[in-house]
Write a protein that binds this ligand. Structure first.
Ligand code: FMN
Length: 219
């Protein structure tokens, strides 16, 4: 099985899927992981299968094809919901990759009626399409270390590796609107201004912490 680091390198957004259903051991592994994440995070993320109406359609920008399965990122309606969904959703994205499944984060191109899935006091922050790739994705154009960091002097290897992992993270319209810095041996992460930058923040936090094996403080 691929490691989570390999999964970070192999993951690219996939918008065209085959009709192969998610079933058997793959399905139970995915459902168990969603449950484990929900228990740990307090979120209520949910896998929805065979719903052709939420993502597919001419109204969607980009070319979604057979995007009938998705994970609905739902949780308590608090100020931190978007970051939390980014963090835990990306854990599921990388886990899915290790199962041979491909994904695409979707905060814009889905039917907003899906939001009614969220219960009282809860909101749906975004969804993640999931399935077997028809066409594989490709590496995104990336900012450089210098463009996303604010560091002076010697930089420890763990910080460099964390930044590399952060640069592999998916972000809305590939904006990579975040800043990582290092003060007194401690890493800090800040969201800059941009659409869905709070979801991106959680995603990037997850990648940085995985890559560096160090916690990062959100500022
Ligand atoms: C929070 C978020 C929202 C996104 N929303 C959409 C979307 O609505 N439609 C879409 O086609 N792609 C969407 N994407 C996918 C990004 O365009 C994609 O992740 C980015 O271009 C980087 O490419 P990569 O994922 O292949 O590395 C979204 C990604 C993130 C992280």
């Amino acid at each position: 099985m691929m490691t989570i680091w390999e999964a970070m390198e192999a993951r690219h957004s996939v918008r065209a899927y085959t009709l192969q259903p998610i079933e058997g051991e793959t399905l139970s592994a995915l459902e168990q992981e969603i449950e484990a994440c929900n228990r740990e995070s307090g979120l209520s993320m949910r896998l929805v299968l065979n719903d052709p109406k939420t993502i597919a359609g001419l109204w969607a920008y980009g070319a979604f094809e057979n995007a009938v399965n998705y994970i609905a990122l739902i949780g308590p309606d608090t100020d931190d919901l978007y970051r939390l969904c980014g963090y835990w959703g990306e854990r599921l994205v990388l886990f899915a990759e290790t199962l041979g499944l491909s994904t695409c984060w979707i905060a814009g191109s889905y039917k907003k009626r899906a939001r009614s899935m969220a219960g009282e006091g809860q909101s749906l922050a975004a969804i993640i399409s999931i399935g077997y790739a028809k066409k594989s994705g490709k590496p995104h154009k990336s900012k450089t270390f210098a463009q996303v960091t604010d560091v002076a002097g010697d930089v420890p290897d763990w910080f460099r590796t964390g930044v590399e992992a952060a640069l592999l993270a998916p972000t809305a319209i590939n904006q990579q609107q975040f800043r990582l810095s290092l003060r007194d041996g401690q890493a800090f992460l800040k969201a800059l201004i941009g659409p869905y930058a709070r979801i991106d923040l959680g995603i990037v936090q997850y990648h940085f912490e995985l890559g560096s094996a160090h916690p990062v403080t959100i500022e």
